[in-house]
Design a protein around this ligand. Structure first.
Ligand code: SF4
Length: 374
């Protein structure tokens, strides 16, 4: 089985106001390493049959832990799996916790892709979000990362508190000077469990106007395209050949295992999400129980639905033969969104305008599927 592996590193120096990822302010790295090892052991039979093609260290803040910690995880995966010859190993890093020494250690252990969490280049926006660095530090670290690696992603979030046309111009100027091979561009989503949600409720912070944010998003997309980036997924842009191989595993609905609290996996038709709670995760893993919060064996139809949803996020689209159980949905989609959906060479995909409308399209798909289920 071809497999992608995600390892969640749930530690951060401080919680950003908008963050709804599972992370905690702690430095108990050693104990965590032994837990990840235990969880890997729970999947020994799957791994012994698997060829690991990509690894992704996400968080949290993976650059916070000593590189030797990550190296031990890679060694463990190599030992347990049938074949370990990843085409891509990515690590997410934050400007305040990455330096040249760490970057060189990453390279030595085989990590070949860096994802730097920039989010915004404006000091005031960063301050309001509780990020621990400023524009000056971003520039220093971006330069460092681009010197050491030739496969680099910068993450940006649109719609953050304090964003204006001027702060957006700063982002684009930054990208003109420090050009990576990949850019992820997300819209801010305000989750109820975040500090940002309470600050907004108490009127202690405000968000920029959503139409203005849309307009800036469109300008950002145009900027990237004119710079030679291809929008190969709704929120992801890459120079030719620099698409994220790991994330393509998700979007193609292929097999992957996720380790750590809140991580998820999918193999065969089985899908799971781990508990988002380190003490609970610890207890379960120590008792040699899969630390699932959610687990489900998909029916063929559910599997096809997931394949359709994930694939429609991408420029390459979905092979129709993988979703033939859902032809009624495909036909309805073509009828209702004729200008936004294309079928070519046995694949269905969204046009660029369709990608911009994807939220509404996905809502409709769920509704139509639900109606057909009744
Ligand atoms: S650094 Fe990332 S994971 Fe950590 S709190 Fe901030 S947004 Fe969340």
């Amino acid at each position: 089985m071809r497999l992608a592996v995600y390892v969640h590193i749930p530690f951060c120096k401080r919680k950003c106001v908008y963050c709804d990822f599972y992370s905690l302010v702690s430095e108990d790295f050693e104990e965590y390493l032994s837990l990840v090892f235990e969880e890997i052991e729970l999947y020994r039979d799957v791994l012994e049959e698997s060829e690991i093609e990509t690894v992704y260290f996400g968080g949290g803040t993976p650059s916070l832990v000593p590189p030797s910690f990550l190296e031990k995880i890679l060694e463990k995966l190599e030992k347990v799996s049938k074949k370990f010859s990843p085409h891509e190993i990515t690590i997410e890093v934050n400007p305040e916790s990455v330096d040249r020494e760490k970057l060189r250690s990453y390279r030595k252990m085989g990590i070949d892709r860096i994802s730097l969490g920039v989010q915004s280049c404006d000091d005031e926006v960063l301050k309001r979000c509780g990020r621990l660095y400023d524009e000056k530090m971003i520039k220093e670290k971006a330069e460092l990362v681009l010197e050491e690696f030739d496969n680099v992603n910068f993450d940006f979030i649109l719609g953050l508190p304090g964003e204006t046309d001027e702060t957006m111009r700063k982002n684009l100027h930054f990208l003109e000077k420090f050009t990576p091979q990949h850019v992820s561009l997300y819209f801010l989503e305000v989750d109820e469990n975040t500090t940002l949600h309470s600050l907004l409720k108490k009127n202690l912070l405000t968000l920029p106007d959503s139409e203005e944010v849309e307009r800036r998003h469109d300008a950002f997309v145009e900027f990237l395209k004119s710079g030679g980036f291809s929008r190969y997924e709704i929120s992801n842009f890459a120079k030719p050949g620099k698409e994220s191989k790991h994330n393509l595993f998700y979007w193609r609905n292929h097999d992957y295992l996720g380790f750590g609290p809140s991580a998820g996996g999918h193999f065969g038709r089985f899908r799971y999400t781990n508990v988002s709670d380190l003490p609970m995760y610890t207890k379960m893993v120590k008792e040699k129980v899969f630390p699932y919060d959610y687990q489900h064996e998909n029916t063929e139809e559910e599997e096809a639905l997931e394949t359709l949803f994930m694939g429609l996020r991408t420029k390459e689209g979905v092979e129709l033969k993988r979703v033939e159980k859902l032809m009624f949905l495909v036909k309805k989609l073509q009828k209702e969104y004729a200008c936004y959906v294309k079928v070519k060479d046995g694949k269905i995909f969204l046009s660029e305008k369709g990608m911009d409308l994807s939220k509404k399209i996905f809502e409709d798909l769920i509704e139509w599927y639900g109606e057909a289920e009744k």
